[in-house]
Design a protein. Structure first.
Length: 144
């Protein structure tokens, strides 16, 4: 089974004080145990670092710890799927067709990776964001 994580699910899984940690962690554990193939969009790696290093938790997550979390939980077991220039243009065309603006494009890029990688689930705590940009993928959305 292929599961794609968005940033909201990965942050929750990796940060113990996060209110959804207990809900997200089992999905990351499934990937680490080889019970599921974990996938993320390449831009999610950068977004993950940005969120981890600005998350309002005590103690703060410093760059070295953010790198360690990404290295141990993403680099060593999750497939990072890049998008081509054609993929980006297709996403922008789709955004235009759906009359969507702004930051929704980032969710649309993740949805494009979900399609490209033929995942069975997109694990997220923001299902409405994905329903808006990828209505045909609603049945694949999984909120832990």
């Amino acid at each position: 089974m292929k599961v794609l994580f968005d940033t909201s699910a990965l942050v929750a899984a990796m940060v113990e004080p996060h209110p959804f940690h207990a809900r997200a962690l089992p999905w990351l554990i499934k990937v680490k145990k080889g019970q599921a193939q974990g996938i993320i969009a390449s831009h999610t790696v950068a977004e993950l670092y940005a969120v981890l290093t600005t998350l309002p938790v005590v103690p703060r997550i410093l760059p070295a710890m953010a790198w360690k979390l990404i290295h141990e939980n993403v680099e060593e077991g999750v497939q990072i799927v890049p998008l081509s220039a054609g993929d980006y243009l297709a996403v922008l065309r789709r955004m235009n067709e759906l009359h969507l603006t702004g930051g929704a494009v980032y969710d649309a890029l993740i949805a494009r990776v979900a399609e490209k990688a033929a995942v069975q689930h997109l694990v997220t705590f923001n299902p409405d964001d994905f329903k808006r940009v990828w209505p045909e993928g609603e049945g694949l959305l999984l909120v832990p």
